[in-house]
Structures are given as structure tokens and as C-alpha cells.
Design a protein around this ligand. Sequence first.
Ligand SMILES: Cc1cc2nc3c(=O)[nH]c(=O)nc-3n(C[C@H](O)[C@H](O)[C@H](O)COP(=O)(O)OP(=O)(O)OC[C@H]3O[C@@H](n4cnc5c(N)ncnc54)[C@H](O)[C@@H]3O)c2cc1C
Length: 421
Amino acid sequence: MSKSHAVIVEPSRELEVLGDYDVVVVGGGIAGVAAALASARGGAKTCLLEKFCALGGLATIGNVIIYLPLCDGRGHQVSAGICEELFRLSVNDEPSARPSLRIGPVPSCWERGGDESERTKRRMEVGFNPVTYMYKLERLLLKHHVTILYDTRFAGVVKAGSAIEAVIIESKGGRQALTTRAVVDASGDADVCQASGERTVSVGGNVRCGWYYYVDNGEVKLKCWSQPFSATKSFPQNGRTFRGDSARQVTGQVLESRHLQMQDLEKTRQANPGHDIFPIMTTTMPTHRMTRRLSGAITLRPTSVHRWYDDCVGIISDWRKAGPVYAVPFRALAAVRTGNLITAGRCISSLGDTWDVTRVIPACAVTGEAAGLAAAMLAIQRDGQETGATFAELDVRALQAALRRKGVLLDRHLVEDGAQA
Ligand SMILES: Cc1cc2nc3c(=O)[nH]c(=O)nc-3n(C[C@H](O)[C@H](O)[C@H](O)COP(=O)(O)OP(=O)(O)OC[C@H]3O[C@@H](n4cnc5c(N)ncnc54)[C@H](O)[C@@H]3O)c2cc1C
């Protein structure tokens, strides 16, 4: 047997329990932030784990600073609730004063009392400052008494029957455990699903990419650098593409992306002789689009467009073109084999071209809010029960009513009407 296929047995050991939480959210990207906020507001004692030392994930550490549209491109806002709250929170220090970034503040037509006829021409999107935003997200969660554990990596689960009883973490404190009644997998890569024995799907289409800031004669510029990407087509000139579910693949994508970024910067220097050009901020996390996801009871797919689901817990639009609208069913978020596990963000059950729609910032906020509130409701139900309730048994109508009270749009017409347009 070659050494790479060898196995060793890890000795069993006792772990210190660092805390007990109603809800543990794994991952502090936009999906995790929305989930933790919804969970805390839902009355649950909530802990959020993040392996880096900032919130926002790709949206901040990844320098991906465009909050894509909350509207359908035909004048209707379809995503609201925490999705809109985080959208409006993002606008401080937004870079509208710098036209080279090509993104502006909230279009005035989308402000209260704005010109509604303009809404068919301007989509409801905004650019933000990643440094200010990561700070504001942090303050928001702290205000809601979410325990944030930075530099803390999710490392596994302990299950009792089909439910997660404890989450294993690794940090400077070593290997420890958090006991919990519900878990939200917002890791972007379905790490908790994988560790819990859920069926997952991995794709290998990630290209070399990475947005970076540089200074050109004193002006700060953002380079949205990426090799051509499509969720369904492959571009032969890209050469190798990458998965996101192993250390070798992740490292390969990061090393090659950074190398090509520097070459790209060199080309900019050569094209602008005499300019004083130097980089100031690159991403230090892997810039993966789609990696590994849950295979849920329902998988969103291109044929789901304009289809209403009775267990809809959020509505999202297609950032790439005006028109398409998707209802997100609760069953695309909830794990199948693990009663108290739910997903949010990049790792919900969604396929191909539709995965490309569900992975972006507003969609991650929408699924994050739904997952976080559902987790709070389940945790409160499980508290004190000997054999706990599961997401499969959760009263989805009660969840929908609670989401509506929080301002989430769950309107069948928003989804179906566009089909006739
Ligand atoms: C090049 C590129 C350009 C993009 N452009 C845009 C754009 O313009 N606008 C837009 O809206 N979207 C864009 N996207 C997509 C969007 O940024 C992301 O898909 C979205 O922000 C993902 O949010 P998330 O919370 O699901 O995941 P992530 O942002 O990936 O967050 C997951 C978090 O979990 C943490 N984590 C992972 N595993 C563990 C673990 N084991 N333990 C602890 N923590 C863990 C990670 O550190 C990370 O902070 C782009 C993506 C890429 C790659």
C-alpha cells in the first residue's frame, strides 16, 4: 500500500467542553453572519465559529465587494429581511467616490420614495468597503450577544443517534467540544455535512482568480481578476481547474491564483510606463465559487425557476440577468440524515447553473436568515426533550410566519408572475 493511502487509528480521548449553545453556526461568511443574527434574534444562545479572524468570508477577506441585486431586474425587490439589513449596513465608506471601482452607492430609485419607474433600469446592488464591513458585521453580532470564536476551526461532530450532540473544534486551546441542540453549516464547503455523514456533491470547476487592490499614481483601484468562469461551460485556456474539498486542491488554487495575480499586476505596470503602481491588499482565503454542497431532499436546479414551493423560506433573483426568480424551499437547506443540521449559503442543495445563482452574497444572506431562525426554533423545541425534534418535523408554516414578521418577502406572485413576463 502506498503511504498516501495508509491509515492510522486516532486514539480516543476526553475533550473539554468549552461551552453549551442552543445553536452553533459554522463559518462566518455572509451566510453564517445572517444565520447567527437570525438565531440570536430568535432567542437562541448562539455561537459562531470562524477559522480566520474576520467576518464576511469571501465578501470581505476575499475582496468580493459587490452586493449583487436584491431585485428581479424588472423593478421588484424580491429579497429583504436580513438580506436588506446587511445590504444597507454595507454602504458606509462605500467606494462611490472612486469611479474606477465601477460600483456605486444604493441607487436613489431604491431608496424609500425613490422613482419606481427607474427601478426597471437600475438594479438594487451596491459596492462596499471590505474593511469597514467586516468591522460592522462584528459589532452587529456582538450587539446581539452572539459568541464569536475566531481562529477556531470546525473539526468534527459527535452524534447521538441521528442528531449532532457536540461540535468538535480546534484552536489555540487545542481540541475541544461545544455541546449544542442545532447546527448551521455555513462553511461554504459543507464541512459539517461531510463530517455528519450527509450525502454531498463536490465539483471541480474552480478557476484561478482573486480580486486585489492596488495603487496607481496615488489612486486606489480594485482589480476584479479572474480567469473566465462559467458554472456549466469549461474554458480550455484555463488549464487546470480545482476542487475545494482537499488541502492539496485548495493550496493549488491559492498558489497559482496568487502567482497569476502578480503577473497580471506586472502587465498593468508594463501597460502604464511611468506610473507608480503597487499592490496593497490581496485575498488570503481561497476564492472558490462552488466546492462541496449538501445533497438535500430537494435540489434547486434550472427548472426550479419561477416555481413556487409551499415550504419557501426566501426568494432570490438571478444576478446575471433580469427576470429569473427562485423560491428557496426549506428542504433544500435541511440535512437529510442528521436531524438537527441545516445548511446556508454556498453549500445548500443547488445544482449547476442555479448553484451559480444561490452562491452569491444576497442569496447567502437569504438562506442564512432562514437557516438561523429555523435552528433557533428547533433548538428551543429540543431543549429539555429526551429525544429531540428534527428539522424534518419543524413546523415550516410557523417558520414562514416568523420570517414574514421579520420582513422577509415570501410572496408567491413575486416568484410566479415573472414567468408570464
Ligand atoms: C472570484 C469571485 C467573485 C465573486 N463575485 C461576487 C460578486 O461580485 N458579488 C456577489 O454577491 N458574490 C460574488 N461572489 C460569490 C460570493 O462572494 C460568495 O459565494 C459568498 O460571499 C459566499 O458566502 P458564504 O457565507 O456561503 O461562504 P464564504 O464566504 O465562503 O464563508 C464561509 C466561511 O466559513 C469559514 N470556514 C470554512 N470552513 C470552516 C471550518 N472548517 N471551520 C471554521 N470556519 C470555516 C471560512 O473561513 C469563511 O469565512 C464571488 C465569488 C468569487 C470566488
